[in-house]
Design a protein around this ligand. Structure first.
Ligand code: 1PR
Length: 569
């Protein structure tokens, strides 16, 4: 017999579903795994997660014999919840994988976002994949006799939810409704699509409720407790006065808190922060600067409203025994309490385990991080080396790099490339040779006004003959889904972001770019969002030193009319 508070979870790909498990447990429910099609028969409630590629997910489900039993489960009227590609599975097909069939409960096809459908003459393109916090607005509300609106699976008009996808089901007014579906929508540029959909025992979200903070946990809870339509509760309070003067719909400005982590001289893992990547105190002790404990700080930033948290293991260029990768425990503990996306970087590459002498592939390292609660991995040094090889081969990958293998297995959206560029001044364009140079408004002391940005590896210790444009173009082609753009000259300087660098990189790629390095005051975030088309902005030192809270940055942006996600508890 099934415990009343048990939900069955389908684990059919090597998914990064640790966070979903944590979110369900946070709601007070237990998980049973469905490991074979027969297990579906014993299940009452089923959740079907899905990440990555529609074709890969649906083919795996089909090959393992799950599609007919899922259909039976749904036809028997038992609760079903599909998340992300799990929602997409309800549809007939996707342009992502022509010829692969979905469950076909809804006879529509998924399209790919059109980068030029921005609806804003000043913005020529929008990033794909679409990564960030957006609405899920219920189109037709169910109402009580007295006219009170019912909430659809706990969704709230003022809440924001975390989406990450390149494919979507266009919303056609009335089309799904005529078949009895209730629909909640989101809009990206001019494209309005199905963010959540439900009918009877079936519910699905394109967004990740397990990564959508308190708002997302309410949605999971509503499904678990069978509350398809309920009277909205007032328990969801939003903190601060984060309101916006511009429309409340669409993608919000994404604010990321970054924690550089390393072992200090006493062997403890600490959050540190450098100036131009030098993390040692300038005092006679020359100790590693210790700014706090990683898990505690991640939780604090989550509670301040950070939209994502990134951990960078900054000493990962050393080979560590795979058995004690220090960040695994940090991720495990953080992901139990922090319900926004977690990125982990540092040491994602093929390596030799000094303990066993065996080679461990980048994909296997990433797998361990995903299993411990990471949603994305960030690749630094290895991406530079892979990009160099890519250009040596005449602009081709060979399928073996960490970027290629991880994005093939987990999807492009799970692979971030972290770039550590350094400015190189030149007198003339010829001196820059094949490198992409710009004219800078901040010339060098000796008056040189042209510069290019050289990629570095090993935390800036080694500069390579590859510029940042060459790097980002190569990694996008190999399957990276996002660029985390640091700037060594700006790091820890509190001078604001390097807008010239950000513009150069944004113009070179179609995937989202995160601005990093140099934020010192909330105004710097406003500046980078206004003066560039950057997709997200990251801060470290100003938060760690306690000068500003993440919530103050968001309040400032909202006051200036930029849309942000309200923090909810
Ligand atoms: O090369 O794949 O093993 O990854 C190593 C990772 O560690 C890379 O992402 C690299 O950026 C990072 N890293 C290595 N050494 C350092 C260092 O500081 N000595 N930190 C380092 C990078 C940059 C940002 C920082 C921003 C914002 N730190 O993470 O948070 O510059 O700071 P600010 O807001 O205080 O200005 P691999």
């Amino acid at each position: 017999t099934v415990d009343r508070k048990t939900v069955h979870l389908l684990d059919y790909v090597a998914g990064n579903i640790r966070s979903l498990v944590n979110a369900i447990e946070k709601c007070g429910w237990k998980i049973e795994w469905i490991r074979k099609p027969e297990d579906v028969k014993n299940a009452d409630k089923i959740i079907l997660p899905g990440v990555g590629h529609f074709g890969h997910c649906l083919t795996s489900l089909s090959d393992a014999g799950y599609l007919p039993v899922i259909k039976e489960h749904i036809e028997a009227g038992k609760p079903f919840f599909g998340i992300c590609v799990g929602q997409q599975a309800l549809f007939a097909s996707s342009v992502e994988a022509p010829g692969v069939q979905g469950l076909g409960l809804i006879p529509s096809q998924l399209e790919r976002f059109n980068p030029t459908a921005t609806g804003d003459a000043t913005k020529p393109k929008k990033s794909v994949p679409c990564i960030g916090w957006n609405s899920a607005s219920t189109v037709h509300h169910h109402q009580e006799a007295d006219g009170t609106r019912k909430s659809f699976y706990g969704l709230s008009e003022t809440s924001k939810y975390y989406y990450v996808h390149s494919y979507f089901t266009p919303y056609v007014p009335g089309l799904l409704e005529k078949d009895g579906w209730t629909v909640a929508t989101a809009t990206y540029g001019t494209e309005t699509y199905v963010g959540a959909v439900g009918r009877g025992n079936v519910f699905a979200t394109q967004f990740h409720p397990e990564k959508s903070g308190a708002a997302g946990l309410r949605v999971i809870k509503a499904f678990l407790e069978g509350q398809a339509f309920s009277t909205p509760t007032t328990s969801s309070t939003t903190n601060g006065t984060v309101t916006s003067k511009d429309s409340t719909h669409g993608l919000t400005r994404r604010i990321i808190a970054c924690l550089d982590v390393r072992t200090n001289d006493a062997g403890d893992l600490v959050v540190t922060k450098g100036d131009q990547y030098d993390v040692r105190e300038k005092s006679s002790t020359n100790d590693v600067r210790n700014l706090g404990k990683p898990v505690e700080m991640a939780k604090r930033y989550y509670e301040q409203g950070a939209d994502e948290v990134t951990f960078l293991n900054i000493t990962s260029f050393r080979d560590l025994p795979i058995s004690d990768l220090p960040m695994l425990e940090i991720l495990r503990r953080t992901s139990e309490e922090v319900f926004v996306p977690l990125t982990i970087g540092g040491g994602i590459r093929d390596m030799t385990d000094p303990g066993t002498g065996k080679t461990v592939r980048a994909l296997d390292v990433a797998k361990m991080y995903f299993a411990s609660g990471a949603d994305k991995v960030s690749i630094g040094s290895d991406a530079v080396l892979a990009a160099e090889e890519f250009w040596k081969r005449g602009g081709k990958g060979d399928g073996t790099s960490g970027i290629e293998t991880i994005s093939a297995a987990y999807g492009r959206q799970a692979v971030v490339v972290s770039v550590d560029p350094k400015k190189v001044f030149v007198k003339t364009g010829e001196e820059a040779q094949s490198h992409h140079f710009i004219k800078t408004a901040e010339p060098s002391e000796d008056g040189r006004t042209l510069c290019w940005y050289a990629c570095t590896i090993k935390g800036g210790r080694e500069t390579r003959d590859l510029d940042v444009v060459q790097l980002v173009k190569a990694v996008e082609a190999m399957g990276a889904g996002e660029i985390l753009l640091n700037a060594i000259d700006r790091d820890g300087s509190n001078r604001g972001y390097d807008l010239e660098l950000i513009r150069q990189v944004k113009a070179a790629v179609g995937i989202p770019v995160i601005a990093s390095s140099g934020a010192g005051v909330p105004k710097h975030f406003e500046e980078v969002f206004r003066e560039t088309d950057v997709d997200a902005a990251l801060g470290a030192g100003m938060f760690h030193r306690g000068e500003y809270k993440v919530s103050q940055v968001k309040e400032h942006l909202a006051e200036q009319g930029l849309l942000v996600r309200p923090y909810e508890e």
